[in-house]
Design a protein around this ligand. Structure first.
Ligand SMILES: Nc1ncnc2c1ncn2[C@@H]1O[C@H](COP(=O)(O)OP(=O)(O)O)[C@@H](O)[C@H]1O
Ligand SMILES: [Mg+2]
Length: 1078
C-alpha cells in the first residue's frame, strides 16, 4: 500500500516545545524544564533552530531502526519530531542536491554522547546514500575505521567507559550522485599522558587491555608479554576490567576491522609490537648511583626488560641504555653530555613511551587515511564530522583543559560567526531589514589566548624558548604582567596590582572567564607539557631501531637531518591545527549537534538539573537561542505556512487559488495579527515572537477541532446516508425477491386449491350425471322388467291353458333325457378295456344316475364276460365247466386244490389207443374213456401201494393192471356212493361203494393219485350226468372205510419229512390206517 502522504509538522503532538526558539518566556529555568520534560518522555532531541540538542539517554532507545531511517528520509527538517536523523538528512540532501559542502559539529563534555552521535550520523548517511558493491566497500571501510581508532584512542574514564581521548574530524567525500568515495580523518591532541599515568578509577587506552586479554598465547610469546595486567606498571589495576566490556572480543573486532580497512598482516603485527614495547618500557626501573665527581647518576635496575624491548624493536641495547643515562646538548657545534639522575631517567622513559604511543596513533590515522582516501580525482563533495571534546571544567585544570577549552572557544566563535552570517544572509536573501542583534561575541577571549604578541600561548612559547631557568611560576608572572588588564583574565597577583589581593584565587593559578564559564587553571606542568620534550639521544636511539615502523616514527633522530631549531611547541602545534580546522569549517555549511550529559552516573532516567544547567551555560545554548531569535523567532516558507493555517480564514479555506504569499497576507490580515509581529520575506514569513506562533497554533488547534467535528459530521452524514441508501437498495431487492417468492407461493397455493375445488366440482357434477344416468337406466330397466313381467303375465294368462299341465314334466324329461344322453355319449368314450378282470370304471357324473351307473357296470361286466366266453370252443368250455365244478367242490376245502388250478384236465393221460400193450384193454371198453390214468392202489391189508390203470367211462369205473392191461375191477357208477379225502395236500382218496353191491365185496378202494382233483371232479360229473345223483364227497382227516367186514378208520397225521414228499401209508391195526402226510 502506498504510504499516505500526510503533511505533518514539528508542531504536531509536541512535548514541551520541540524548538527552543519557541520557548516563552526564555530563561534558564524554562529551558531546563523543557529539556527535562522532553527527556522524561524519551524525547532526547530538541532543536534550537537548526541546531540539535541531544541529551544522552544512557540506554538504547528504539528510535534508530531502519523504519525510522525511512521516516526521516527526504522529509523536511521541521516536518517530524526533532531527531539526529533529521539533521543528517538535511545535511546530506543539501550536500547532494545543492552542492554545498557540509560539516557536522558535535560538541559536549565527555560522556555526553558525541561519539555515538557521530556514529549515528555516519550510519544514517551510509543507509540513505547509494548502494552497490563498490560503494558498500567504501562505506564499510569508513565505518570500520571507528573500532580501530577507538581501541587506540579511547579509554575508560570516570565519566565515560568509552571516552575518546583525542579529537577527531572526519571528512567523508561523495561524488556528484551522493555516493561515498572515501574519507580523510584528522586527529587532534591525543591525551598521551594517559599512557604513563591514569587518574584513579580510569584505565589506560583500551588496546593494552585488549591485547593482553585477546591475543593468542603464541602472539603473546612473540611479543614477549604475559597475560597479566598486574605485571605492567603502566596499567592501572583498580579498574582493569570494565563491566559490560569484553576486551578479548573487542580485540578480535579490532583485528577484523584492521583487515577490512586494509592493514597488511605485517603492519598489524608491527603496530602490536610497538604497543608491547610501550607496555614494557613502563617496567624499566632505575636506581641511583653516585659517581666520583659527585654527580647523581641512574642505572637500570633489571636489564632483562630492556633486553626484551631491544629484541622486540631491533635496537642496540647499549644504545638505548646509554640514552637512558645521558643527555647530549648541542650548542654552536659543541656537544655537551650530561648524566641523568633517577628522576630525569624516569622522565625520559615516560617521554619516550608517550611519544612512541602518540606517534603510533598519528601513524595509524595516516595509514587509515591511505586506505580510505578517495581513489578518483573527480570533484568531491565533502561532509565533515567533528567529534571533539567539549569544554572541560574540572577541579584541577591543566594544560590539556586549557588547550581543549581554547578549541571550544574557537568553535563557539565559528558558530556565532556562521549562525549570524547565515542569519544575516537569510535576511538579505529574504529582503528583510537587518536589525542589530545584541549577543556576546567571544572573539575577545580567543584573542586573549591566541594573540601572536601577547596571547597566553605566545607567552608560554616565549617562556619555553627563553634561556635561563624557566618554571611555571615565571610563566605565571609573565601572564600577570601582560594580561593583567584583560577583562577575562584573573589571577591573584594581577588583580592585586590594581585593587586588592584577590584572595578568592589560590596561588600559582590563573582564571579565564570563558564564554561558557570561568575556569581556574593550575599553572603547574604548563611549560613542560608545552615543550613536550624528548631528549635527542632517545629519538636518535629510536631512529636506529631495526623495526621499520619505529624508525619511521622518529625521523628527527636521523643525524643527517639534524636540526638545531627546536621543534614547535605543543601549544603552537595545536594552535596551527585548530586554525586549519577553523578555516576548513568556515568553507562549509555547519550543522550543530550539542550533546548534554544528564547525570554523572552513566545512568538512565536521571536528569540532574544542576549538571545540565552547568552544561547549558558553558555550551552557550541560551546564547544560541537568543542569537537565533534575535530578529525573528520563527520563519517558514509561504506554502507550508499557508497549508498549515489556511483553515483559519474563510478566503483561504479550503483552497487558495493565488500565490502562497498573497494567501498568507490575507490570512494574517484576517487574523488581525499586529503588523510589527511579522514580516514578509521573499519566500518566507518571519514571525517575531513565539507568542504569535503559539496563538496561531492555538487557533489552528481549535479550528482543527471544529473542522474535525465538521468532517466528522459530514462523514457521519455521508456514511449514514450511504449506509441508508445501501440498506434501501438492499431492502428493495430483498422485498422484490420476497414478494416474488410470496406471490409464487400464493399462486401455487391458489392453483392447487383451484385444482382441488375444480376436481371436487367435476367429481360432484360427474356423480350427479352418473346418478341421473343410473336413475334413468334403472327407470328404463324397471320399465322393461315391468313390461316383460307384464307381457309374461299377459302371455301366461293367455297361454296358461295350453302349457300348464305338461310343460314342467316335459321339460324335466327333456332335461333328464338330455343329461342321460350326454351321460351315455360320454360313457361311450370312457369305456374301460374288455378284460373281465379289469376293475376300472368311470366315476359317476350325477348322483341320480348312481343305480344306473352300477347297473351299467354290471351289465358291461356281464357282457364282456359273455364276450369272453363266446370266444371259447366246446372242448374248452367243457374243461372250464370241469374246472368250475372242481372249484365249487374243493375250493377252500382241500389244501391240494390250488395246485390243481393251473393243471389242464387232460383225462386220458394214458393213451391206450396208441399203446399196443393195452389193445386188449381197449377192445374191452366200448364206451368213451373219460379218465385213463395210472394210480397207486393202497393195499388194504398192509397199506402198501401198487400201480393200477384207472379208467373212468360214462358208466363204469375200471381198474387194470398197468403191465398187462388186464381189468382187475369194474365198478358201475351207480355203486359208488361216496368219495372221501383229507383236507390236506395229499393225493389219497377213498371210493366208497354201495353196501351189498357186487363190487363192494372186497371193500372200498383206497388210492393215491397225482391228479386227485381232476379225477374226483370228473367222477362227480360223470356220476351226476349218468345217475342224476350228486356224488357225496367227504373231506375230512378221519373217515371210515369198509374193508370186507371191517370198518377201518383212515387217519391222516402230520408225518415226518424223512420219507420225502411222498405220503406214507401204514396199517396200524384193524381199525386204523395211518397216512403220514409230510
Ligand atoms: N543516543 C544514544 N543512545 C543511547 N545511548 C547513548 C547515546 N549516546 C550516548 N550513549 C551512551 O553514552 C555513552 C557515552 O557516549 P559517547 O558518545 O562515547 O560520549 P562522548 O563521545 O561524548 O564522550 C555511550 O557509551 C553510550 O552508552
Ligand atoms: Mg567520544
Amino acid at each position: 500500500m502506498a504510504k499516505m502522504e500526510v503533511k505533518t509538522s514539528l508542531l504536531d503532538n509536541m512535548i514541551g516545545v520541540g524548538d527552543m526558539v519557541l520557548l516563552e518566556p526564555l530563561n534558564e529555568e524554562t529551558f531546563i524544564n523543557n529539556l527535562k520534560k522532553r527527556f522524561d518522555h524519551n524525547e532526547i532531541y530538541t532543536y534550537i533552530g537548526s541546531v540539535v540538542v541531544s541529551v544522552n539517554p544512557y540506554r538504547s532507545l528504539p528510535i534508530y531502526s531502519p523504519e525510522k531511517v525511512e521516516d526521516y528520509r527526504n522529509r523536511n527538517f521541521y516536518e517530524l519530531s526533532p531527531h539526529i536523523f533529521a539533521l543528517s538528512d538535511e545535511a546530506y540532501r543539501s550536500l547532494r542536491d545543492q552542492d554545498k559542502d557540509q560539516c557536522i559539529l558535535i560538541t559536549g563534555e565527555s560522556g555526553a554522547g558525541k561519539t555515538e552521535a557521530s556514529k549515528l550520523v555516519m550510519s544514517y548517511v551510509a543507509a540513505v546514500c547509494g548502494k552497490g558493491a563498490e560503494v558498500n566497500q567504501v562505506k564499510e571501510q569508513l565505518l570500520q575505521s571507528n573500532p580501530v581508532l577507538e581501541a587506540f584512542g579511547n579509554a575508560k574514564t570516570v565519566r565515560n567507559d568509552n571516552s575518546s581521548r583525542f579529537g577527531k574530524y572526519m571528512d567523508i567525500e561523495f561524488d556528484f550522485k551522493g555516493d561515498p568515495l572515501g574519507g580523510v580523518i584528522s586527529n587532534y591532541l591525543l591525551e598521551k599522558s594517559r599512557v604513563v599515568k591514569q587518574p584513579r578509577g580510569e584505565r589506560n587506552f583500551h588496546v593494552f587491555y585488549q591485547l593482553l586479554s585477546g591475543a593468542s598465547e603464541e602472539l603473546l610469546n612473540k611479543l614477549k608479554l604475559e597475560r597479566d595486567f598486574s605485571r605492567y606498571n603502566y596499567l592501572s589495576l583498580d579498574s582493569a576490567r570494565v563491566n559490560g566490556v569484553d576486551d578479548a572480543a573487542n580485540f578480535r573486532t579490532v583485528r577484523n576491522a584492521m583487515q577490512i580497512v586494509g592493514f597488511m598482516d605485517h603492519e598489524a603485527e608491527s603496530v602490536l609490537e610497538v604497543v608491547a614495547a610501550v607496555l614494557k618500557l613502563g617496567n624499566i626501573e632505575f636506581k641511583p648511583e653516585s659517581r666520583v665527581n659527585g654527580l647523581d647518576e641512574s642505572k637500570i635496575k633489571d636489564k632483562n626488560e630492556l633486553k626484551e624491548i631491544c629484541e622486540l624493536t631491533g635496537i642496540d641495547q647499549s644504545v638505548l641504555e646509554r640514552a637512558f643515562s645521558f643527555r647530549t646538548v648541542e650548542a654552536k657545534q659543541e656537544k655537551v653530555s650530561t648524566t641523568l639522575n633517577v628522576a630525569q631517567a624516569y622522565y625520559a622513559r615516560d617521554a619516550l613511551a608517550k611519544n612512541l604511543y602518540s606517534r603510533l596513533f598519528s601513524w595509524l590515522v595516516n595509514r587509515i587515511n591511505e586506505s580510505i582516501k578517495a581513489q578518483t580525482k573527480v570533484r568531491k563533495k565533502v561532509m565533515g564530522v567533528l567529534d571533539i571534546y567539549g569544554f572541560e571544567i574540572f577541579e584541577d585544570n591543566s594544560f590539556e583543559q586549557f588547550i581543549i577549552n581554547y578549541c571550544n572557544e574557537k568553535l563557539q566563535q565559528i558558530f556565532i560567526e556562521l549562525t549570524l552570517k547565515e542569519e544575516q544572509e537569510e535576511y538579505i536573501r529574504e529582503d528583510i531589514e537587518w536589525t542589530h542583534i545584541d549577543y556576546f561575541n567571544n572573539a575577545i577571549i580567543c584573542d586573549l589566548i591566541e594573540n601572536n604578541t601577547n596571547g597566553i600561548l605566545a607567552m608560554l612559547d616565549e617562556e619555553c624558548l627563553r634561556p635561563g631557568t624557566v618554571t611555571d611560576e615565571t610563566f605565571l608572572e609573565k601572564l600577570n604582567q601582560v594580561c593583567a588588564t584583560h577583562q577575562h583574565f584573573e589571577s591573584r597577583m594581577s588583580k592585586c596590582s590594581r585593587f586588592l589581593n584577590d584572595t578568592s584565587l589560590p596561588h600559582s593559578c590563573f582564571r579565564i572567564q570563558h564564554y561558557a564559564g570561568k575556569v581556574l587553571y593550575q599553572v603547574e606542568g604548563f611549560v613542560d607539557k608545552n615543550n613536550d620534550l624528548l631528549y635527542r639521544d632517545l629519538s636518535q636511539a629510536m631512529w636506529k631501531a631495526g623495526h621499520t615502523l619505529i624508525k619511521s616514527l622518529f625521523p628527527e633522530g636521523n643525524p643527517a637531518k639534524i636540526n638545531l631549531k627546536r621543534p614547535p611547541t605543543a601549544g603552537s602545534q595545536f594552535k596551527a591545527s585548530v586554525a586549519t580546522l577553523m578555516k576548513n569549517l568556515q568553507t562549509k555549511n555547519p550543522n550543530y549537534i550539542r550533546c548534554i550529559k544528564p547525570n554523572d552516573k552513566k545512568a538512565a532516567h536521571i536528569f540532574n538539573e544542576a549538571l545540565v544547567c552547568h552544561q547549558i551555560r558553558y555550551l552557550g545554548l541560551l546564547e544560541n537561542v537568543r542569537v537565533r531569535r534575535a530578529g525573528y523567532a520563527f520563519r517558514q516558507a509561504y506554502e507550508p505556512c499557508l497549508e498549515r493555517y489556511k483553515m483559519l480564514c474563510k478566503q483561504t479555506w479550503p483552497h487558495w487559488k493565488g500565490p502562497a504569499r498573497a494567501g498568507v497576507e490575507v490570512l494574517f490580515n484576517e487574523l488581525e495579527i499586529p503588523v510589527e509581529e511579522y514580516s514578509f520575506g521573499r519566500s518566507k514569513i518571519f514571525i517575531r515572537n513565539p507568542r504569535t506562533l503559539f496563538k496561531l497554533e492555538d487557533l489552528r488547534k481549535q479550528r482543527l477541532e471544529d473542522l474535525a467535528t465538521l468532517i466528522q459530521k459530514i462523514y457521519r452524514g455521508w456514511k449514514c446516508r450511504t449506509h441508508f441508501l445501501l440498506m434501501r437498495k438492499s431492502q428493495i431487492v430483498i422485498a422484490a425477491w420476497y414478494r416474488r417468492y410470496a406471490q409464487q407461493k400464493r399462486y401455487r397455493q391458489i392453483k392447487s386449491s383451484a385444482l382441488v375445488i375444480q376436481s371436487y366440482i367435476r367429481g360432484w357434477k360427474a356423480r350427479k350425471i352418473l346418478r341421473e344416468l343410473k336413475h334413468q337406466k334403472r327407470c328404463e330397466e324397471a320399465a322393461t322388467t315391468i313390461a316383460a313381467y307384464w307381457h309374461g303375465t299377459q302371455v301366461r294368462r293367455e297361454y296358461r291353458k295350453f302349457f300348464r299341465a305338461n310343460a314342467g314334466k316335459k321339460i324335466y324329461e327333456f332335461t333328464i333325457q338330455r343329461i342321460v344322453q350326454k351321460y351315455f355319449l360320454e360313457m361311450k368314450t370312457k369305456m374301460p378295456s374288455l378284460s373281465p378282470i379289469d376293475k376300472n370304471w368311470p366315476s359317476r357324473p350325477y348322483l341320480f344316475l348312481d343305480s344306473t351307473h352300477k347297473e351299467l357296470k354290471r351289465i358291461f361286466h356281464l357282457w364282456r364276460c359273455k364276450k369272453y366266453r363266446d370266444q371259447f370252443t366246446d372242448q374248452k368250455k367243457l374243461i372250464y365247466e370241469e374246472k368250475l365244478e372242481a372249484s365249487e367242490l374243493f375250493k377252500d376245502k382241500k389244501a391240494l386244490y390250488p395246485s390243481s388250478v393251473g393243471q389242464p384236465f387232460q383225462g386220458a393221460y394214458l393213451e391206450i389207443n396208441k399203446n399196443p400193450k393195452y389193445k386188449k384193454l381197449k377192445d374191452a371198453i366200448e364206451e368213451k374213456i373219460i379218465i385213463a390214468e395210472v394210480v397207486n392202489k393202497i393195499n388194504r391189508a398192509n397199506g402198501k401201494s401198487t400201480s393200477r390203470i384207472f379208467l373212468l367211462t360214462n358208466n363204469n369205473l375200471l381198474l387194470a393192471d398197468q403191465k398187462s392191461g388186464q381189468i382187475k375191477s369194474e365198478v358201475p357208477l351207480v355203486d359208488v356212493t361216496k368219495v372221501s379225502m383229507s383236507s390236506q395236500n395229499d393225493g389219497f382218496f377213498a371210493i366208497h361203494l354201495k353196501e351189498g353191491s357186487e363190487a363192494a365185496s372186497k371193500g372200498d378202494f383206497l388210492f393215491s393219485s397225482d391228479h386227485l382233483i381232476e379225477m374226483a371232479t370228473k367222477l362227480y360229473r360223470t356220476t351226476l350226468s349218468q345217475t342224476k345223483q350228486k356224488l357225496n364227497i367227504e373231506i375230512s382227516d378221519e373217515f371210515l372205510v369198509q374193508f370186507r367186514q371191517d370198518k377201518v378208520c383212515v387217519k391222516f397225521i402230520q408225518g415226518s419229512q424223512k420219507n420225502g414228499s411222498v405220503p406214507t401209508c401204514k396199517r396200524k391195526n384193524n381199525r386204523l390206517l395211518e397216512v403220514a402226510v409230510p
